[in-house]
Design a protein around this ligand. Structure first.
Ligand code: ATP
Ligand code: MG
Length: 329
């Protein structure tokens, strides 16, 4: 299960799947300090990093499925309807006797954010290995591991099962290491990360995550170390500054960020990662996949709502034709 598989499995091997939280997001319409007084809110919007990711896999042309749980309520229904409408296999989403998970968010004057979460005690915190989940895992060609999902009890075991199953069939694995820092504070969290990293073909870190998981504070060192230990490609996300591709032969490609008006940055990393991975699984070279992912990330921040900024390949072509700055063609 170590890095013996070079490269990413093509679409023909089976769908890209992920396991993790489905949420609704409800946003304050004003900037300020939290939720201590009545105020106007906007939402519910479909959300949850794994859900945003898998929706974009499907929109951009990949086959896609998710293992998750929602409640028997409108917040659950709006998520299932959106994912199904966008072509995601929703057969492994359980509808259970707990409310759908939610996140209320308000931006502060200083750019920071205040949240009120209902995740741990919601359906999102209660994801189960059902027969439908097993069936989806059994026919998957690629597993995307969303680090945020490690916070849900039992999900790391389910992800490990899915990774082993997919690897045994010659499939591939990607990792977005957006793991809560507390989870890496103890030995079991570190062992879990090491196991998933050993099976990872494509790594999609942003910001400090590269340094945290590699143990090196220098970008070149950190990427070289990870590529030597079996990861076959790394794409580092740099927010408005774009992204960089790294491969083991010391090959590197930089993509400058496109100039857009940022309305809502939530979900950009998930939409970027889904676009890059799916373009690669569809057979595109890294440089083309990077251009399209950079465009998808930029386009996503121009829309209010974390999943509202997903893009088809045709949306990305239109976007690329309309911008004059960014990556070299
Ligand atoms: P999140 O975890 O909030 O979803 P992230 O930190 O994983 O995001 P970012 O680096 O913020 O990922 O964004 C992913 C990609 O989206 C960037 O690499 C870039 O291509 C694009 N992007 C994000 N923000 C902007 C922006 N303001 N302008 C242009 N492109 C952007
Ligand atoms: Mg991220």
């Amino acid at each position: 299960m170590t890095g013996t598989v070079q490269g990413l499995a093509t679409e023909a091997l089976g769908p890209t799947i992920t396991i993790g939280e489905i949420l609704v997001e409800i946003m304050a319409t004003t900037v300020g300090d939290g939720f201590l007084e009545p105020q106007s809110l906007m939402g519910p919007y479909p959300s949850g990093a794994p859900a945003i990711f898998i929706d974009q896999v499907s929109r951009v042309g990949g086959s896609a499925g998710i293992v998750a749980s929602v409640g028997d309520d409108d917040f659950g229904r709006l998520n299932i309807e959106r994912l199904a409408r966008d072509g995601v296999d929703v057969s492994a989403i359980s509808v259970i006797d707990k409310p759908t998970g939610s996140a209320f968010v308000r931006y502060r004057q200083d750019g920071g954010r205040n949240f009120v979460f209902n995740i741990a005690h919601s359906a999102a915190g209660d994801i189960r290995m059902t027969d439908a989940a097993r069936a989806l895992i059994d026919r998957a060609g690629h597993v995307h591991v969303m680090g945020s999902a490690f916070a849900i009890p039992g999900v790391s075991d389910m992800l490990s099962t899915a990774v082993a199953s997919v690897k045994a069939r010659g499939g591939s694995v990607s990792l977005d290491p957006n793991i809560r820092a507390e989870l890496l504070a103890d030995a079991s969290g570190q062992a879990l990360l090491a196991n998933i990293l050993a099976a990872t073909d494509l790594l999609l870190p942003s910001g400090e995550e590269l340094f945290v998981i590699s143990g090196h504070s220098d970008e070149a060192f950190a990427t070289a170390h990870l590529l030597k230990s079996g990861v076959s490609e790394i794409v580092l996300k740099r927010g408005r500054d774009g992204a960089t591709f790294f491969s083991p032969d010391a090959h590197r490609i930089d993509a400058t960020g496109f100039h857009v008006k940022e309305i809502d940055p939530t979900g950009a990393g998930d939409i970027f990662g889904a676009t890059y991975l799916t373009c690669r699984r569809m057979g595109m070279a890294p440089d083309r996949a990077l251009v399209l992912a950079n465009a998808a990330g930029a386009r996503s921040v121009t829309r209010q709502g974390p999943m509202e900024g997903v893009s088809t390949l045709s949306d990305l072509d239109t976007f690329l034709a309309s911008v004059t700055t960014g990556v070299p063609a």
